[in-house]
Design a protein around this ligand. Sequence first.
Ligand SMILES: *[C@@H]1O[C@H](CO)[C@@H](O)[C@H](O)[C@H]1NC(C)=O
Ligand SMILES: *[C@@H]1O[C@H](CO)[C@@H](O)[C@H](O)[C@H]1NC(C)=O
Ligand SMILES: *[C@@H]1O[C@H](CO)[C@@H](O)[C@H](O)[C@H]1NC(C)=O
Ligand SMILES: *[C@@H]1O[C@H](CO)[C@@H](O)[C@H](O)[C@H]1NC(C)=O
Ligand SMILES: [Cu+2]
Length: 231
Amino acid sequence: MLGSVVALAALASQAYAHYLFPSLIVDGTKTAPWVDVRMTNNHYDRSPVTDVNSTDFRCYDSKMNGTSQTIDVTAGTVMGIACDQTMYHPNVVNVYMAKAPEGRDVADWDGDGSVWFKVYEIPAETDGGKSITFPAKNLPGVNFTLPKALPSGQYLVRMESIALHDAEKYGGAQFYLSCGQVNVQGGGDGTPGPLVAIPGVYTGYEPGILIDINWPIPKNYTQPGPPVWSG
Ligand SMILES: *[C@@H]1O[C@H](CO)[C@@H](O)[C@H](O)[C@H]1NC(C)=O
Ligand SMILES: *[C@@H]1O[C@H](CO)[C@@H](O)[C@H](O)[C@H]1NC(C)=O
Ligand SMILES: *[C@@H]1O[C@H](CO)[C@@H](O)[C@H](O)[C@H]1NC(C)=O
Ligand SMILES: *[C@@H]1O[C@H](CO)[C@@H](O)[C@H](O)[C@H]1NC(C)=O
Ligand SMILES: [Cu+2]
């Protein structure tokens, strides 16, 4: 009896030991959980993705419906992606977007191919070996500007928080991610890039993914993925 109570308590604390990204922030308002964001497989158990090659590395929704509603956003304005708590691990952030093919509803599109570009990132900060800090740590999510030059149309927007507390061994980095669906209005005629495939963008051996953040203190930090496209 006591044993099962202890086991339950352990399970409960485990359940809160990770975080999710179920909401977008549009016009300063947080959307309801899993309405404009595709519900992820881990919406209950909260376990991170650790295999950068798995198909679930893209949107983590293989066991779910794989779709959501699509919300209007405006190029040149700020949108956000909200955590269900705070990103309390030492983590770095990347936000990727991918445009649904012409004539295709993003609700029926899985984001396959070299179609993803990065719109935002929060790297770690280093100072030559004295310290490493994580500006994304404890944030309630991210806010970023949709480039004014972003072409109008329907997109997937993929949040990625890479928690690095166990990343000293291969496969130890924990990826917390989800995909929202947005319809960009008032866009421009830019050409987003460089384009990458997800999965495929990382091998897991990148110096910013396979890294001991504790000792020796890293002298520098290389953010994984392509450079940010800002239009
Ligand atoms: C993003 O914007 C929303 C709404 O203005 C705000 O509540 C939230 O704290 C912001 N998040 C960050 C990380 O600044
Ligand atoms: C998937 O979502 C759509 C749209 O909300 C809904 O109509 C449909 O019933 C859902 N299917 C499953 C299997 O949950
Ligand atoms: C993922 O793919 C990369 C590149 O092909 C490979 O180096 C790596 O070992 C793979 N990792 C796993 C866990 O399969
Ligand atoms: C730091 O920079 C060196 C030299 O460019 C590079 O080899 C190393 O991988 C970098 N370390 C990290 C953690 O990014
Ligand atoms: Cu966690």
